[in-house]
Design a protein around this ligand. Sequence first.
Ligand code: NAD
Length: 296
Amino acid sequence: MKIGFIGLGRMGFPLASHLVKNGLDVTAFDLNPAQIEKFIQLGGKNAENIQDIAKNVDVVFTMLPGPKQSKDVILGENGVLANLAEGKYLIELSTIDTDTVDLLYQNAQEKNIKFADAPVGRLAAHADKGQSLFMLGAEESEFSYLQDLLLKMGTTVLHCGEPGAGTRMKLINNLMVLCYCQLNSEALVLAKGLGLDTTKTFEVLTGTTASNGQLKEKWPVKVLKGDLTPGFDIALGFKDLTLACQAAQSTGISLPVGNLVRNMFQLARHAGKDGQDTSSMTDFWAEANEIEKIRI
Ligand code: NAD
């Protein structure tokens, strides 16, 4: 089986690397030559362009920043669908919006290409260790084949429904993940403002039912240690909150906390936090409140 992988960023690189380490024949493409260079050193192959990949593989994975890049790469004139043969697979791993995933599925069906969406859950650190969870949207008949393939990159595949259901589930998942970024920050900054010890505060908040996975697993190794490298950065977080807010708007469902937190992420972006890990919302919030940076 030959695999094409487009997008070797913070997430795509480790996922594609696990496919190579598991003995699969993987050809990748990314606009950033440094990522391609690292991938070749691991035993992967590269292609000059998307066309060269799509013409020669059985399965294409895409792991791109968002809807615009996915549409360009998949639906573009020299893109994936224009070059992939009938009966082959396109698996969209990126986090995109519901209209875009439906459009990709529809275009794939018209070309008799098998389509699935499998956005990725858990932290970038889990992807590094091959411990990702995939929220799979796929036809029932494809589940077993896709599960075997996805388990070469992660530990868990949850079948959420038909194509498009994975993306819908991911928007719900990230709405919660990203709202916790702001809530974590409010709690830690208020605790500091009240003169409480940060280590003790952390112990209490992660030892009771107040705890959340982001605070427990990510905060102590990222912002609280002063490591602001992404992980999952503020700009991607803002994109996902925007997707969830748009999904709420288009279904007529109100989302007060989601919209508020989207605005907080917008303010953090204006304060220069793009490119930093989402846990750096706590630095942004401390600065906004003139409280010293919170570290343990
Ligand atoms: P990233 O910005 O690190 O990587 C994106 C990669 O895509 C970059 O290497 C970039 O050069 C490449 N790229 C952009 N446009 C391209 C094009 N036209 N052709 C080829 N390559 C192109 O982002 P990431 O953190 O790897 O996230 C990727 C996706 O996964 C996003 O949709 C994100 O929301 C989602 N996600 C991220 C995390 C996380 O923790 N970082 C977790 C789960 C899901």
